[in-house]
Ligand binder design. Structure first.
Ligand code: COA
Length: 256
């Protein structure tokens, strides 16, 4: 895929790395970026070789410092509604992308930037990361699903404190709150994250997709049960179990 105005996309084996790329504006999410994210996610979803997506930001200072305030300043009710709807659709696409999505948070993750991180399956934060939903300090609320997702991930009390106060927390606090899986030094962020993505990509892709679908889309054990059973029809399941029983590691899963 060609690079776009606000994103870069790189592929390393089965891992796709999508980088938010407006460093002069601390990777703030404008309407062009929303459109490009939408298009990029569609392409990744259709790529049969993609097994894990990593999302990060350009530079050492910011993952994304929020939705573009300069654009929002001039929006009316209908403009704001349309912008939030498109943003929500993109976050939903990330959340329901068939493959796992890992966010590598390289600095400020504020407003829409934090909401994007919350839509991912796993969050790895550099030690310099700062999280916050400062919308209430701008007279608005998070509009890309952040109120719901933060409550779900960290519980009502944490979400209430962060959203009502519009304050920020550092990476250690985000880890304590259960918002991030792990903190690492900034210079190790991509190596660690891509290592995890590579490990995920080495597992049976149909099983990983089914696991995500089961975790994300259903609270229903019946669905999990059906997905579990369906995997018994795959060659990868046969090979994986057979190799295990013969004390061998499955080196390459076929995706079949
Ligand atoms: N929307 C649009 N532009 C933004 C932005 C945003 N959310 N966040 C940063 N920028 C721009 C700044 O306007 C500035 O542009 P300029 O150089 O043309 O003036 C540039 O990015 C650098 O930001 P700056 O504020 O100068 O950096 P800083 O180191 O002093 O502060 C932050 C960093 C993250 C604390 C500060 O940029 C900030 O508070 N940003 C807004 C966060 C926010 O409220 N997000 C939620 C939006 S709903």
């Amino acid at each position: 895929m060609n690079d776009m105005d606000t994103l870069t996309i790189e592929k390393k084996g089965h891992v796709v790395i999508l980088t938010l790329n407006r460093p002069d504006k601390l990777n703030a999410i404008n309407q062009t970026m929303i459109t490009e994210l939408h298009d990029a996610l569609l392409t990744i979803q259709r790529d049969p070789l993609a097994r894990c997506l990593v999302i990060t930001g350009t530079g050492k200072k910011a993952f994304a410092a929020g939705a573009d305030i300069a654009e929002m300043e001039h929006m009316d009710f209908f403009g704001a509604k349309a912008f939030a709807e498109k943003g929500c659709a993109v976050m939903h696409s990330i959340e329901t992308l068939p493959i796992p999505v890992i966010c590598a948070v390289n600095g400020f993750a504020l407003g829409g930037g934090m909401e994007l991180a919350l839509a991912c399956d796993v969050r790895i934060a550099a030690e310099n990361a700062i999280f916050g939903l400062p919308e209430a300090s701008l007279g608005v609320i998070p509009g890309f699903g952040g109120t719901v997702r933060l409550s779900r991930i960290a519980g009502h009390a944490v979400a209430a404190e962060m959203i009502f106060s519009a304050g920020t927390i550092d990476a250690d606090c985000a880890k304590r709150y259960g918002i991030v899986n792990r903190t690492v030094p900034l210079h190790e962020l991509m190596e660690y994250t891509c290592g995890l993505a590579g490990k995920i990509s080495g597992n049976a892709p149909l099983a990983v997709r089914a696991a995500k679908r089961s975790m994300r889309l259903s609270q229903d054990i019946k669905m999990e049960n059906m997905l579990f059973a369906q995997l018994f029809l795959t060659k990868d399941r046969q090979a994986g179990m057979n190799n295990f029983l013969h004390k061998k590691k499955t080196e390459h899963f076929l995706g079949e």
